[in-house]
Design a protein around this ligand. Sequence first.
Ligand code: LMR
Length: 334
Amino acid sequence: MKIRTVFVGLAVATFSVIAMAQAPIVIKFSHVVAADTPKGKASVFFANKAAELTKGKAKVEVYANSALYKDKEEMEALQLGAVQMLAPSLAKFGPLGVKEFEAFDFPYIFDDTADLHKITQGPVGASMLAKLEPKGIKGLAFWDNGFKSFSANTPIKTPADLKGKKLRIQSSKVLEEQIRSVGGLPQVMAFSEVYQALQTGVVDGTENPISNLYTQKMHEVQKHLTLTNHGYLGYAVIVNKKFWEGLPADVRGQLEQAMKEATVYANKIAQEENDMALEGVKKSGKTTVYVPSKEEKLAFKKAMAPVHSKMADRVGKDLLQSIYKETGFDPNKL
Ligand code: LMR
């Protein structure tokens, strides 16, 4: 009887040790957009790559559409270690106290993706990610989404068309100033609440890359979309620093490789996804899509140009100058 008990005990203990040895390291990856967006697809790509390269030692669980946390909460959850990985938009680092990231929010600061990559794939971007470390966060990569356009229920052809409109933005002081520069009323709101706010008229309009507008069906509650492409929205993929540094070195290396490949994938599909979303919006027939002329676009640029000098101190004049130097943008020469 006694021998049998010992035997059973040993078997249970052995089984638990084996089970423990085989239990994968779980990485919860939370985000706020739909699964069929550039970020949604790239996070699933990363999860699959991570499983492949670590041979199942790491399991990345992706939670889309604010299923776990809304905008602000997810950052807190990451710092507490309740979730291990996020890809917040760059605008969402200002409220964390890393105001430099709001440099990405300056209107028209990047002409195109080539300009953007000079920053996100160069030394300026790397030095910005390093600023997250004192917050207990490690920045792994920048993932593209795209350029934002304004939508509302009335036509938008000139900056004056936005005057007096309540426009939803992310929580960024630079974005607030950008909306004020065209006479609008900035309304900070979590992404998951925007559709309903537009539907019920709590806000009149908003700004989005088209992939976000389309996959949240915002175009169904907005009659007009003007392709202003006035600012950039993209992401930094981040992890809880303590968690990341505590990973076995081999697993961390494999995950870094998976992230490298996911970043190439993310940046390859971002434009395609936005193009497809625009086609979807057009096909829906719910929103009139307006392409501003060169002159009309210049009027938006000029109206928003003062944001650069007004908000330079917030992100740091030197940082702003180093971006201008890379991209050739000059808000005083429009
Ligand atoms: C937003 O709040 O508009 C964006 O940050 C959503 C996202 O993650 O693309």
